[in-house]
Design a protein around this ligand. Sequence first.
Ligand SMILES: CC(C)(COP(=O)(O)OP(=O)(O)OC[C@H]1O[C@@H](n2cnc3c(N)ncnc32)[C@H](O)[C@@H]1OP(=O)(O)O)[C@@H](O)C(=O)NCCC(=O)NCCS
Length: 318
Amino acid sequence: MADTLTIRPMEAADLPGVLETLRAALGETPLLKRTPDLWGWKHQLNPFGNSIVLVAAESDGRIAGVRALMRWRLATPTGGELSCVRAVDTAVHPDYQRRGLFRSMNESALEVARNDGVDLVFNTPNSQSRPGYLKQGWRDVGAIGVMVRPTWRLLNPRRELDELPAPSELLPEAKAAADLSEDDRVPVGLRTVRSEGYRAWRFGSHPTAEYVSVGSGDSTAVLRVNRRSGRDELVVSELIGDQGSKAIRRAAKLARAGYFVAWFSRRSPERAAAMRAGLVPIPRVTALNLVARPLTTLDLDVFDLDNWDIALSDLELL
Ligand SMILES: CC(C)(COP(=O)(O)OP(=O)(O)OC[C@H]1O[C@@H](n2cnc3c(N)ncnc32)[C@H](O)[C@@H]1OP(=O)(O)O)[C@@H](O)C(=O)NCCC(=O)NCCS
């Protein structure tokens, strides 16, 4: 590590430099802006608690790297709960890369997490950071694929826009994703603790992604709009209730998007519901790679993807 740098907890005054470092290392697109609001949503408003955030800084305050661990809680199928962190927002400014900063920041952040009683770290690194994580004790859990249901609108011409269409344009009768207070079902694997506070934060207060819901009976599909290769898509982020397939079918009737996409764990009832509603897993397509690193001894094999019970909303932070 460069000997002029100090690794220390992030302070409020570091925010502009932190966002600049993220932009310099990871870039920014019209659809993904690294704003103070998005930072605050992830790291200060998260109902599981404030993130552990370390920076590598020069003595004049210049930020060379940032390492953020979001607090998270996973319920286990046997009725327990794991205190977790998600390794997100990792960046080393291009001027400082390959000098061991990522490694040093990870070591320091894991030390903080361990002292806080954190059981497990998990994340979905990109191809640039995954090799580094694997060298530092993380292991692969598995590939998160994608399930797709095309609609006839896939035949519409592609359009390249800087902004996403509003959900009301693609799903005219959908409601704002508020009041999602239903109790969650029993987990069949490691599953985000879906408290009311969690759903309100996750789907009702995101600064850039607008979530909507479509209901059928007492089941609800929670969706957001995305665009891929010039096509509008509706992402089924979450399914609530035991009639999820009806909620998706109702959304499909209303939808003006080219296709629906989703992903649910293999043994989950939501996956079965999504398949009944015509969402098909696409072989050999990987959307995300899940990796993990336990910090305590766990009585469940976290490296087996079948021991997870998650939806896209548990992994994406859009
Ligand atoms: C990925 C990133 C954080 C690594 O930071 P860094 O400070 O350059 O990494 P380090 O020098 O600490 O390297 C740590 C280990 O990972 C390895 N590593 C780092 N980058 C690597 C790469 N691109 N390919 C293979 N191995 C890599 C190093 O060899 C090192 O292993 P070693 O200690 O056994 O030599 C940095 O390149 C970056 O910010 N990239 C762009 C942003 C990004 O992709 N962030 C991840 C978002 S998920």
